[in-house]
Ligand binder design. Structure first.
Ligand SMILES: [Fe+2]
Length: 184
């Protein structure tokens, strides 16, 4: 299956052509390098920038058997659950706003503990592969966050974690093609 919108802003077209041309799973290094090759604003991403008032929203831009590209939109105060990416690699590019990433580690007793929170500003590209983490928009009210996430292979399942339970839950994330989103 391959799905994509017909039109992209010219600034992201070379990256889209790279994704469409893949015939194998790319490495994490390759994905982050390719994500460095373009700059695009939230305005230029057009209809892919869709927010939801209750939860952060995952807007699907492109997917084939090797990769998946999503535009994630976060209002102030919205955050992902604590999760991992199963066996997918992930490159993240901050398009606008500040993305706060908190990473966790697994303890011998089976519970997780937070390690650190790092704020990533516009233009920063981060590789999020085997991390247990969550991402938040901790900015002031009315300050939006927009991020691009490229997963390989497409992220169909993730483990959700809680600091109060040693039993992760398997979750199948909801990616919205356009309007009428739910988050997570
Ligand atoms: Fe993540």
């Amino acid at each position: 299956m391959q799905m994509t919108m017909e039109k992209h802003h010219p600034k992201i077209s070379p990256f889209m052509e790279y994704l469409e041309g893949l015939r194998a799973r790319p490495s994490s290094e390759e994905v982050t390098q390719e994500m460095q090759g373009f700059d695009i604003s939230a305005t230029e991403l057009g209809d892919y920038v869709q927010f939801h008032h209750d939860t952060y929203r995952r807007n699907l831009i492109f997917e084939n058997e090797y990769v998946q590209l999503l535009c994630l939109c976060w209002k102030s105060g919205q955050q992902s659950p604590v999760h991992d990416h199963s066996s997918s690699i992930c490159g993240v590019k901050v398009i606008s706003g500040i993305a706060s990433e908190t990473t966790y580690e697994m303890n011998p007793d089976g519970f997780i503990k937070p390690l650190s929170t790092i704020d990533y500003s516009e233009g920063v590209i981060v590789s999020e592969d085997s991390d247990i983490h969550h991402v938040s928009n901790l900015q002031d009210i009315n300050e939006d966050l927009v991020t691009l996430h490229c997963y390989s292979p497409p992220l169909k399942k993730m483990n959700l974690f809680s600091i109060s339970s040693k039993y992760p839950q398997v979750y199948e994330p909801v990616n919205e093609w356009h309007i009428d989103s739910s988050g997570i």
